[in-house]
Design a binder for this molecule. Sequence first.
Ligand code: MLT
Length: 273
Amino acid sequence: MDKVFYTSSADCPRIAYRKTGSGPVLILVHGFPESGILWQNVWPELSAHFTVIVPDLPGAGETVYEGSQLSMEQMAGTIKAVLDTELVEKCVIAGHSMGGYAAIAFAALYADRLKGLSFVHSGALADTEDKKETRRKSIELMRKDGGKEAFIRQMVPNLFAPSFKKIGAAEINRQTERALLLPVESMINFYIAMINRPERVEVLKKMAFPVQWIVGKEDTAIPVDKTMQQTYLARVNFVSVYPDCGHMAMLEQTERLISDLKLFTQFAYNSVI
Ligand code: MLT
């Protein structure tokens, strides 16, 4: 899938997305500090079963953001613009971390477009006050000379489980170098959007479609216990806890994630809950 397509929305003069495969639509939404390329290890196999669409969120990859204050709702609007351009009525969205926060904002706004929602190391909670404070300090660091690089070099390796760090140094370096391509303004925009996002537990409870939870037991970015507390709230939940996995299942446990996303997406399109 090397072909990149483009559309636009009010705040994004250019929205870039990759599209491959055929059949029911599965949207893969990246997190922070990444872009759609994050999913490149999983889309080839999944596109044998589905039409896989992978957008770059506003300010990441090739998508240009020109608004004044980025929000999860705007990120959801980006996904909707892609669906509208592609004439896709219904889809399953898998959102990784910040991509999952955007996906549940999408569910709040456009529930009738969803067949299922997969949270890949993500969930419906807002930031705690402590977390907001930590993010504000990180924004101050990012604004300093050399601060962005210091932040990324410290953050990215910590997304992975200790066991992966031993064998996956090359992958972690690749992800770090990719993250360094993200402009500092985009990083700050994403952090502000995450600080401002509301809790969306009520959205979860009302979901008329199945929900999947991919949980890394060694995830230090999203506390595992908090994720587990959300996994019974929707009406139908698929829960997979991966031992020896941090925050990056698409890189740490690729085959398992492909298999779980395939199973869930097939179920979501066949279910009548
Ligand atoms: C992500 O992977 O998108 C971020 O770690 C999410 C977050 O900081 O809450």
